[in-house]
Design a protein around this ligand. Structure first.
Ligand code: ADP
Length: 536
């Protein structure tokens, strides 16, 4: 017997329709590429997304067509999120920090019909335009007054494209399983892979990030995603915020500590989210000036492991640091760390150790850790193995790609991460399987070694990598960047490990560098570090 309840499709346009009806005046504030602050309400955003949708039709873009974006976090980018997916086309966010050849590979693989670009990325596209054989035209996301002189072929101006078009229309009825957005992994170890999100997966993921034990956004919150809209949909915030009527603040390209603190203060930001590298800058600025954003109460930290020193720094400022783990393949949120009744009551030391884990799954996600034979390990917080995931917003296969080993076990996705799960369901990442240091048959977590180095008062950033070793196979070494003005010798930093890890896990050598290479998503570029320092 079937239930007798309504089944409305979980479409992205329905999120915007809701925001217009019940939070139409709630603001979306953007620090623009052109400079000034732009502000309007969700109702205005929807009106322009509808103009854009109709402009798409005029350009010959329809259901199933893929449209690329190369843009910062800003209101026009949000309009593209909704305007493109609203007509059944696919919004393909491209990470401008990728290597040029990766960008042209991605654009050609996705067969993007048009590319919408911020002014910033016009020079980048000019260099690539010859190779982008499927792209029919480029739309520069600005008004006529700011249009750059460009050699790009078939260039349109965003504001002119929208001007004069009706601000009303009914969004077409779409299958909730239709494709809505496309994002490629950054492919640090091979070709980038496309993850094709559906309307349903996107809406369910956005609902889940709003859980109180996730980002917990409400109509009283103001959220500023520092994580870019080209990096896994700014972790769902551009969908989650309108869903609950939270104010959305978008920093554009202005991501330095001073700009972020100022914007957070002026707009009353309560919640923010991003990778550890951006928080290093923010914390350094707060330390320097002694001024923190007065309403900021929650910082979601993910993308790579949050070091204990960073969590403590936020705690001292009275800001809750929430650790989270996810992947492009998971839309991205998989687990997030909030205490349970049981863990909240534990002595401080234990409570802190648990807060540093990546967290517990949200409803809609299931996780397990398996050994080399594929057998599931118990939730004991000790046994580590490959982390596998399944759920409503987990990638079932990559876009236009043969089935890969990541999907060998039917119904599960192999994350490539090594992890433990404890009795309370808290998952902890030991390492990426490619980054774990294998010394004499034992595994050493590079994350653990980095966390110790970063706890040293002179160290700003640290990378632990394997160095090839004739006797042990691999041995850990650590490359550090010192804080400005700080001094510490490699010997002092090496001595700092004493008693904090087993003797054989201590790094063989500490090297001091001026800077460390990062990936397009702000993580340490371990392949490059191993190439430079790891050859033994
Ligand atoms: P990319 O590989 O393109 O950089 P993702 O952002 O999808 O893209 O990266 C996902 C990976 O990032 C995870 O598999 C994991 O290795 C790492 N990661 C994400 N969040 C955390 C975290 N909180 N702690 C440790 N590693 C993390």
């Amino acid at each position: 017997m079937l239930g007798q309840m309504m089944t409305l499709p979980l479409t992205i346009s329905s999120v915007l329709d809701f925001a217009v009806r019940f939070h139409g005046k709630t603001e979306v504030v953007s620090k623009t590429v052109e400079g000034p602050i732009h502000r309007y309400g969700y109702a205005d955003l929807a009106a322009r997304a509808k103009q854009l949708a109709q402009a798409m039709g005029a350009l010959g873009i329809g259901p199933g067509d893929i449209v690329g974006t190369l843009a910062w976090n800003g209101y026009r980018h949000v309009e593209l999120y909704y305007g493109i997916s609203g007509i059944g086309a696919v919004c393909h966010t491209i990470n401008p920090r990728l290597f040029a050849e990766q960008i042209s590979y991605i654009v050609n693989h996705a067969e993007d019909r048009y590319i919408f670009t911020d002014i910033t990325f016009v020079p980048l596209l000019e260099k690539l335009a010859d190779q982008l054989t499927k792209v029919q035209g480029f739309v520069v996301m600005t008004d006529r007054a700011h249009m750059p002189a460009t050699t790009l072929p078939n260039v349109l101006c965003y504001e002119e494209l929208l001007a004069g078009r009706p601000t009303t229309m009914e969004w077409p009825a779409l299958d909730e399983n239709a494709a809505a957005a496309l994002c490629y992994t950054s492919g640090t170890t091979g070709r980038p892979r496309g993850v094709l999100y559906s309307h349903r997966s996107t809406v369910l993921h956005a609902m889940a990030i709003n859980f109180p034990d996730a980002f917990g956004l409400t109509a009283r919150d103001t959220v500023l995603p520092v994580v870019p809209m080209f990096h896994v949909n700014a972790w769902g915030t551009a969908y989650g915020a309108p869903m609950v009527g939270a104010k959305l603040v978008l920093p554009g390209p202005h991501l330095d500590g001073a700009s972020l603190v100022q914007l957070m203060e002026e707009e009353g930001v309560t919640t923010t989210a991003g990778v550890p590298t951006v928080w290093l800058n923010l914390l350094a600025h707060i330390e320097e000036t002694g001024r923190k954003p007065s309403r900021l109460s929650k910082v979601v930290i993910g993308g790579s492991a949050c070091p204990p020193a960073m969590m403590e720094a936020f705690e001292k400022l009275g800001i809750q640091a929430v650790h989270a783990w996810g992947m492009t393949e998971l839309s991205p949120l998989g687990v997030i760390n909030h205490p349970t009744v049981g863990t909240e009551m534990l002595p401080e030391e234990q409570r802190k150790a648990i807060a540093l884990k990546q967290g517990r799954p949200l409803f809609g996600i299931d996780i397990k850790v398996v050994d080399a034979a594929g057998q599931e390990l118990p939730f004991d917080g000790a046994g580590f193995g490959t982390l596998k995931v399944r759920g409503h917003w987990v990638c079932d296969s990559y876009f236009r790609q043969e089935r890969l080993a990541t999907h060998d076990e039917p119904g599960w996705f192999d994350t490539g991460d090594v992890a433990t799960i404890d009795a309370n369901g808290f998952m902890q990442i030991v390492d990426r399987s490619k980054d774990v240091i294998k010394s004499g048959g034992e595994w050493i977590s590079s994350i653990d070694l980095e966390n110790i180095a970063i706890a040293h008062p002179a160290v700003r950033e640290a990378a632990a990598i394997a160095r090839i070793d004739p006797k042990w196979g691999e041995r850990p070494i650590i490359v550090v960047v010192l804080k400005p003005g700080a001094t510490a010798t490699p010997q002092e930093i090496r001595a700092f490990y004493s008693g904090k890890v087993a003797k054989w896990c201590e790094p063989d050598e500490v090297l001091v560098a001026d800077s460390l290479p990062h990936t397009a998503t702000g993580k340490l570029l371990k392949t490059e570090l191993r190439r430079i320092y790891g050859r033994g």
